[in-house]
Design a protein around this ligand. Structure first.
Ligand SMILES: Cc1cc2nc3c(=O)[nH]c(=O)nc-3n(C[C@H](O)[C@H](O)[C@H](O)COP(=O)(O)OP(=O)(O)OC[C@H]3O[C@@H](n4cnc5c(N)ncnc54)[C@H](O)[C@@H]3O)c2cc1C
Length: 405
């Protein structure tokens, strides 16, 4: 096995030959793009989004071909078979370079890969894992429905046997990335069971298949980053089933735990980047001399790095095929809380400049943070649901009483 220092030298060489280093100019006021990145919830035109997705896919493919896309993954699926510290070292090194934003690939990499890796047949793993890890396939998650969000077992989408495949029919909602998705991890009811969690099965749906109808949903910032997806007798081969028939709930649990870890993790959270932007804003406006703002900034700095360091460990473990535990909920809850605090801090610094675009660089763009944070607190399980998980599984408090219906 390559030692960590040789790996670092190889990774640095690869990064230097493909990307520019983050220079001093990036930290200067008025330089670089005027916008914030918030889990893909920020305002962008369709053309900008398409360009970002293309850049993300290109960079992911370069990383994959260079041996840096799935460092902890098994070699037979395109991984590098190296231990977690190598993944962490790669992330640290990559942060020093101007790498394209890979938010568009987060669901595929952070949720579909762990679910497929843990539950799918060998043939399905070989078919889709290299493509997902290389960015050739963009993943989305077809879980939520109009009547099933926190209470996911309440889904109404059905899958009925049809020869050597299944016929899926239903209505999914809030599906992020579906507009450029290739594969959707879909939960459907295959049997009515005694408990709502039984009789569910998970499939990988080809998002370009006949019967898949994707309709954008517009958010309060004007952007449509998620969609409704109608499945109108969509045929899915049995070979695209993930996990056993009627045992989809275990796949759901793997996916949701990985999702929480991914949302709160250092590799995907915009926390450190946003914090750097807020520090630059505070210096530019002079707010950094205000003792109250300084106190908020110091508090934020501590919290952001705490989440980042803790969650890097969780996500590396998840990408190495080990089930992430309830600590994913802690990371997600803490990350959402940090974003809420950042929102309050930029509001204190900018005041009315957040509400009206004066054209001044680096000011109005922070409205995206204020308008996007509520979505982050809901996506991937709401704050209340994360608190329930922590209360029951970490603190060992009595389980929430369930209704009798
Ligand atoms: C930005 C964004 C992106 C998303 N992307 C996706 C996606 O790609 N794929 C996908 O499948 N879904 C996605 N979702 C949907 C998301 O998973 C659901 O919105 C979320 O699980 C909450 O479900 P709900 O909206 O139905 O709210 P509900 O479950 O109806 O909850 C309403 C309120 O009741 C509270 N509540 C519910 N149950 C309890 C309880 N037991 N104890 C205490 N309080 C409770 C909730 O905390 C919330 O405040 C996304 C959502 C957002 C905002």
């Amino acid at each position: 096995m390559i030692d960590l220092d040789s790996f670092s030298a190889e990774a640095t060489g690869f990064l230097e030959s493909n990307l520019k280093r983050c220079g001093e100019t990036d930290a200067a006021w008025g330089s670089g793009p005027d916008g914030i990145e918030l889990h893909g919830l920020e305002q962008r035109s369709d053309a900008e989004v398409a360009a970002e997705v293309a850049a993300a896919r290109r960079w992911q493919a370069q990383c994959f071909d260079g041996g840096f896309a799935w460092i902890t993954g098994p070699a037979e699926y395109g991984g590098r078979d190296l231990p977690i510290p190598y993944e962490r070292r790669w992330r640290e090194l990559e942060q020093g370079f101007a790498a394209p934003d890979r938010t568009a690939l987060n669901i595929g990499l952070g949720m579909l890969v762990p679910a497929v890796f843990a539950h799918a047949s060998e043939a399905l793993k070989a078919e889709v894992l290299p493509g997902l890890n290389r960015g050739d396939l963009v993943g989305c998650q077809l879980f939520s429905e109009p009547g099933a969000g926190s209470d996911l077992a309440n889904i109404a989408t059905t899958a009925v046997r049809d020869g050597d495949g299944w016929m899926l029919r239903g209505h999914k909602v809030w599906t992020s990335k579906a507009q450029f998705g290739d594969l959707g991890l879909c939960i459907a009811r295959t049997r009515r069971g005694d408990a709502p969690q039984s009789g569910l099965t998970v499939f990988l749906v080809d998002m370009h298949a006949p019967g898949v109808d994707i309709r954008p949903l517009r958010q309060m910032n004007g952007r449509a980053s998620f969609n409704e997806v109608f499945l109108d007798d969509v045929r899915v081969p049995d070979a695209r089933r993930v996990g056993a028939v009627d045992d989809g709930w275990s796949v759901v649990r793997t996916t949701l735990t990985s999702e929480r870890a991914a949302v709160g993790s250092g590799s995907t959270t915009p926390g450190p980047r946003l914090l750097a932007g807020i520090l630059r804003l505070a210096r530019h406006t002079g707010a950094s001399t205000d003792p109250l703002v300084r106190q908020q900034l110091a508090d934020l700095y501590t919290r952001v790095w705490l989440v980042d360091i803790t969650a890097q460990r969780v996500q590396a473990a998840s990408r190495a095929g080990r089930a992430a535990g309830p600590e994913g909920s802690i990371g997600k809850l803490a990350h959402a809380g940090n974003l809420q605090r950042m929102s309050a801090t930029v509001t204190a610094i900018l005041g009315p400049r957040l509400g009206a675009d004066t054209g001044e660089w680096g000011t109005y763009s922070w409205a995206d943070l204020v308008l996007g944070v509520p979505g982050v607190r809901v996506a991937g399980g709401t704050d209340e649901i994360q608190r329930n998980v922590i209360a029951e599984r970490v603190l060992g408090l009595p389980r929430e009483p369930k209704g009798t219906a």
